[in-house]
Design a protein around this ligand. Structure first.
Ligand SMILES: Nc1ncnc2c1ncn2[C@@H]1O[C@H](COP(=O)(O)OP(=O)(O)OP(=O)(O)O)[C@@H](O)[C@H]1O
Ligand SMILES: [Mg+2]
Length: 311
């Protein structure tokens, strides 16, 4: 199951991603955590020290070798250079399994039973449709080639701001968690995010964060209605993790919120054909808007209409 955490800067995307990832790992569930934020903080949030976190290989710097491997002997993809972030898999492409024995997961860092992948730091210019060497492109390729089943989880900590919607990356998830503080700013992006998500048929649920009392919950419910799935309180345990104190258990109510989030993920049904079709649609859009020109070939021909994911 592919899961994203999105929301405003500072809302708690990294914190809730890391709590959710630890929650899954503590249950013995297989989980890959992907740091796809401009500033890379997920490794430290998962408990790596700064040195080890800085040494996690950047997928964004290994794009050529990742493409080379993924394209396998797909005759529709002439070279790694002809493969762009939206190039979908086809006959001959190599597919990935979560935490599989492959060169992409080999770039991951094991942290307490979690495989951590990281894009490496990037800038705003890396985000839009028209970027060829996109760092998040590595994650888009990864997700497009990843065959995950129920009970397997890939959790992506996304970058803040709605400008990231320019990328097809946003459509690659079974469920997106919009982290929102109970403030005007916190819920301010709700409409923008949810409208976009619905346009692209991405399921999105709001998770309140830094909630202090019933009034905060009522405020969130007033603004997001039934899209409010769960909420996490202002947490002494989170603060303790941040201070590097080990062995502090998350408060029961917050653990219950994580359970509700997991249940919502598990309730999602996969539609692989729709997933592929959307990858194809985004690829064609990218091909026409910039990639054909950038590569100097008609990349629409990379689409293999007969391809099916082995779900
Ligand atoms: N539930 C919580 N309880 C206590 N502190 C929290 C909670 N959630 C987040 N914080 C604190 O708020 C700050 C911002 O959180 P975090 O870094 O997770 O936000 P973010 O959305 O990932 O930010 P950015 O947009 O910069 O990536 C951190 O110092 C974090 O420890
Ligand atoms: Mg963050």
């Amino acid at each position: 199951m592919k899961i994203a955490f999105v929301g405003k800067g500072g809302s708690g995307k990294t914190t809730l991603s890391s709590l959710f990832v630890r929650h899954l790992a503590a249950r013995g569930l297989p989980v890959v955590a992907v740091d796809a934020d401009i500033n890379q903080h997920l490794g430290v949030a998962l408990g790596l020290d700064d040195d080890r976190a800085a040494k996690v290989p950047a997928l964004g710097e290994r794009l050529t070798e990742i493409k080379e491997w993924l394209r396998g002997d797909n005759p529709r993809i002439a070279s790694a250079a002809a493969m762009v972030k939206t190039t979908p898999p086809g006959a001959g492409s190599r597919l990935l399994r979560p935490r599989g024995d492959d060169p992409v997961h080999a770039l991951g860092q094991e942290v307490d039973g979690v495989t951590l992948l990281a894009t490496g730091p990037f800038s705003d210019e890396d985000l839009g449709v028209a970027c060829y060497h996109s760092k998040t492109g590595a994650v888009e390729l990864y997700l497009n080639h990843l065959v995950d089943g129920p009970g397997e989880y890939v959790v992506v900590d996304m970058t803040a701001g709605a400008d990231t919607f320019a990328s097809g990356l946003f459509t690659r998830f079974d469920l997106m968690f919009l982290v929102a503080e109970p403030t005007r700013k916190g819920v301010g992006v709700y409409r923008q995010y949810t409208e976009y998500a619905r346009d692209f048929d991405v399921a999105i649920k709001v998770v309140g964060n830094k909630v202090q009392n019933d009034d905060d919950v009522a405020y969130l419910r007033d603004h997001v209605g039934d899209d409010l799935l769960a909420w996490v309180g202002q947490s002494a345990a989170v603060r303790a993790f941040e201070q590097g104190r080990a062995g502090v258990a998350l408060e029961d109510a917050n653990a219950a919120a994580l359970d509700a989030m997991l249940a919502a993920v598990d309730a999602r049904a996969k539609d692989w054909d729709a997933y592929f079709q959307q990858a194809v649609d985004f690829h064609i859009k990218n091909a026409r808007s910039w990639a054909n020109r950038a590569v100097g070939a008609n990349l629409e021909e990379q689409v293999d209409p007969g391809f099916r994911y082995p779900a």
